[in-house]
Design a protein around this ligand. Structure first.
Ligand code: DGL
Length: 266
């Protein structure tokens, strides 16, 4: 296995930053190219065909930046497109499903696990399938939460009354299920962790980025250099507050400059 130097990370928008932040906490010496498809977010309410087309363009852009491996920091793409992307491209590509499921299985005591995600993620049932492969006796419930991504992308605070009401509305679906663990199957959702935990304090919410960052060594040989990670940021629309939200959220990596890409040309 070659040592990984230049890693491509992508998401439909800001959500992948929650994954990037965790990766930068646990690793050093990385050169990361982050792409957020801010012109076409959200992906999760679109058809699988459209999501596949977008994801292929995202990978082609990252390849043009010389990345050696790809981390799909998006639940929607990981659950709907990973096998097709692996068939189309020859470089190593990793998604967030396996790490998220393993962390949830390690956390549950009731063997009842919830999955929250975009419509496309919940419809794919990919998290549920993986959980059943790993531990067939575990019961799962999937709940789509399509309003979360627009709230986050539009900068609604976790304690804004509209955010709180939306969280309560979606999470009420888990009442009476007995779930003690819920996978935040969309990488945007960790922005809402405190609101989710306040509504269901007895539940462990799994941040798939955190789970993945601790097991990247299973997929890649990580750099041994202790130099700080370097990240270049790209988005597909004029910067509509991306950097500001990134700066507010990221504590493990600096965000000081973002470049615009015409993603349709890839
Ligand atoms: N962060 C993406 C995910 O993990 C958001 C999807 C969307 O754009 O709807 O699913």
């Amino acid at each position: 296995m070659e040592t990984l130097k230049r890693l491509g990370v992508f998401d439909s928008g800001l959500g992948g930053l929650t994954v990037l932040n965790e990766i930068c906490k646990y690793n050093t010496g990385l050169d990361v190219v982050y792409f957020g498809d801010t012109a076409r977010v959200p992906y999760g309410s679109r058809t699988v065909e459209t999501i596949n087309r977008y994801a292929e363009q995202d990978v082609r852009f990252l390849l043009s930046e010389g990345v050696e491996a790809i981390l799909i920091a998006c639940g929607t793409v990981s659950t709907n497109c990973l096998p097709a992307l692996k068939r189309t491209f020859s470089l190593p590509i990793v998604g967030v499903i396996d790490a998220g499921c393993e962390a949830a299985l390690a956390a549950t005591k009731t063997n009842r696990i919830g999955v929250i995600g975009t419509r496309a993620t919940v419809n794919s049932r990919a998290y549920e399938r993986r959980i059943r492969e790993l531990r067939p006796e575990v019961r799962t419930w999937g709940v789509e939460c399509p309003l979360f991504v627009p709230l986050i992308e539009n900068g609604f605070a976790p304690d804004d009354p509209i955010t709180v009401m939306t969280v309560e509305r979606y999470l009420s679906a888990f009442r009476d299920t007995g779930v003690d663990t819920i996978i935040m199957g969309c990488t945007h959702y960790p922005f809402l962790t405190e609101t989710l935990e306040r509504f269901m304090p007895e539940v462990t919410f799994i941040n798939v980025g955190k789970a993945l960052s601790r097991r990247l060594t299973a997929s890649f040989r990580m750099p041994e250099e202790k130099t700080p990670n370097r990240v270049s940021y790209f988005v597909s629309d004029e910067d509509t507050g991306f950097l500001e939200i990134a700066r507010r959220y990221l504590d493990a990596v600096r965000a000081d400059n973002v470049q615009k890409v015409n993603i349709e040309q890839f």
